[in-house]
Design a protein around this ligand. Structure first.
Ligand SMILES: [Zn+2]
Length: 150
């Protein structure tokens, strides 16, 4: 259920941003997910693939997950260490006065998208709207073949 919540949250967050930027179709979404965030990547992708088809904006959009390493800071000796390996106890001084610095986050890093700017320029005459839409769809198919920007 954790994954489901994040998927719906990401889509809710991106939708108004896409509308503001005249994005009609999202190609991919890259998320940075902390190592100890509790997200199970396979479940996450399954969930994404299910929900993306419920909204034309996200239909076919690829979910890319980047794992962020978890780092814990020790208050006692002021050193950082890898959380997954040592947990809450500092490997340098044995102190338990530690806190997580990174590793619990789930951030939207970037999206690739196609804008509707060309379509808007071509749909001034209402009667031709259908034709223009078809043209735009053909353009989208063309663009989809290109490599997304890094
Ligand atoms: Zn320490």
């Amino acid at each position: 259920m954790h994954e489901l919540g994040i998927v719906t949250h990401v889509m809710k967050t991106l939708k108004p941003v896409a509308q503001e930027n005249r994005v009609t179709k999202i190609g991919s979404v890259t998320l940075q997910v902390g190592e100890v965030s509790g997200v199970v990547n396979d479940l996450f992708v399954d969930c994404w693939n299910y929900f993306r088809e419920k909204d034309p904006l996200f239909s076919g959009a690829e979910l890319i997950i980047e794992t962020l390493p978890a780092v814990t800071f020790c208050e006692n000796c002021k050193q950082e260490y890898p959380t997954v390996q040592y947990g809450r106890t500092c490997p340098y001084c044995g102190s338990g006065e530690t806190y997580l610095v990174t590793g619990n986050e789930c951030l939207i890093k970037e999206i690739t998208a196609e804008t509707a700017d060309d379509e808007a320029a071509e749909t001034e005459e209402v009667e031709e709207a259908d034709e223009a839409e078809e043209a735009a769809e053909a353009e989208e198919a063309e663009e989809a073949k290109e490599e997304p920007e890094a």
